[in-house]
Design a protein around this ligand. Structure first.
Ligand SMILES: Nc1ncnc2c1ncn2[C@@H]1O[C@H](COP(=O)(O)OP(=O)(O)O)[C@@H](O)[C@H]1O
Ligand SMILES: CC(=O)N[C@@H](CCC(=O)OP(=O)(O)O)C(=O)O
Length: 306
């Protein structure tokens, strides 16, 4: 034959069976989680680095495509701080929460509910994930009340109520809600809600299977080691003794509120580890730190049994 349009396989090259084994390891998890809801708090480095942002978008799209109802609640504290600085506004944090005045609320609406939210939506949609960007103000999704520490924090809110109807509608239509954590009260005050707190309340209201915090640390650190599992009593002590500080405090506190609210599993994973979200959900070993009320088995020398 002088010229053929068919193609030969490269000689001596065989498909890699390890990839098949890895995919099969995911099967029990796909069966277990199909139709279940995962709330993912998206923050940290995975929100800043272009490569990691794309990987996150691919990961959540894949979770949605295997039938998991994915709800994203995003942070963006750094973006708020940068825009505030450009406008000459000072930033102060108290125990991991931003002191917030009326001008800061405007910045948050512009930055968090605007640019940050829409950038996430666009990336997910480039992968075919069908994301829809909303803020807690849409369809009364997050009703808020002032924080107990409002004398210091100003317009920082806590979640008073989550209206799940709209979130359910989006999820049932196969869409991925991407939620900016602001809320309002009946007196028309808009509140800045820490994204960890909002994610926790949304996970409880949706009776989610899992809440996963994607951040920029490998997990909860004690000294130079990372905990695989952290129990409630130790967490309280670590906060008390300053082992857990800053932005990790709202994460840990809201993790236990979530477990107390009936959500089965709460995890913290490192967005800097490539595909950490998929590794956590679909592999036997998992990554990062899992929050539990009590360690069921005797703790091992390595920390705690999973
Ligand atoms: N014990 C701890 N283990 C891990 N991180 C801690 C601990 N104590 C404080 N942190 C800090 O908490 C930060 C995570 O919180 P934050 O920056 O608010 O993350 P995110 O933006 O993902 O919400 C870490 O980058 C780290 O600096
Ligand atoms: C009250 C409060 O502190 N709200 C946060 C909301 C954004 C957020 O939580 O962003 P990260 O997840 O990136 O920290 C803030 O203003 O920074």
């Amino acid at each position: 034959m002088e010229k053929m349009c068919s193609e030969f396989r490269p000689e001596g090259k065989r498909p890699e069976p390890a990839i098949g084994y890895m995919l099969v390891e995911a099967l029990p998890y796909i069966r277990k989680f199909e139709g279940k809801t995962f709330v993912i708090k998206y923050g940290g480095a995975a929100m800043k680095d272009e490569v990691l942002k794309n990987i996150f978008a691919e990961n959540v799209t894949l979770l949605r495509k295997v039938g998991i109802k994915v709800v994203i609640v995003h942070g963006g504290g750094d973006a708020i701080t940068k825009t505030s600085a450009k406008l000459g506004l000072e930033t102060t944090f108290v125990h991991g929460k931003r002191v917030t005045d009326r001008q800061t609320i405007d910045v948050i609406q512009m930055t968090l509910a605007g640019k940050v939210n829409q950038d996430i939506v666009q990336l997910i949609n480039e992968d075919g994930g069908n994301a829809v960007g909303v803020s807690g103000l849409d369809a009364d999704m997050i009703l808020a009340k002032p924080s107990p520490n409002s004398a210091t924090l100003g317009l920082v809110g806590e979640v008073a109520e989550i209206n799940t109807r709209y979130i359910d509608l989006l999820c049932d239509a196969g869409l991925i809600p991407v939620i900016a954590p602001i809320g309002y009260d009946m007196e028309s005050n808009i509140y800045n809600i820490n994204a960890d707190d909002a994610a926790a309340a949304i996970a409880v209201a949706l009776k989610a299977e899992k809440l996963i915090y994607v951040s920029d640390v490998e997990g909860v650190r004690v000294g130079n080691r990372i905990l695989k599992t952290i129990c409630k009593a130790d967490a309280a002590e670590f906060i008390e003794t300053g082992i857990i500080t800053g932005g990790m405090i709202p994460k840990v506190v809201s993790a236990y509120q979530t477990l107390d609210g009936g959500v089965g599993k709460v995890h913290l994973v490192d967005g800097q580890i490539t595909h950490s979200l998929l590794l956590e959900v679909f592999t036997n070993e998992g990554v990062g730190t899992q929050f539990v009320n009590e360690i069921e088995n005797e703790p091992t020398a390595e920390g705690a049994a999973s």
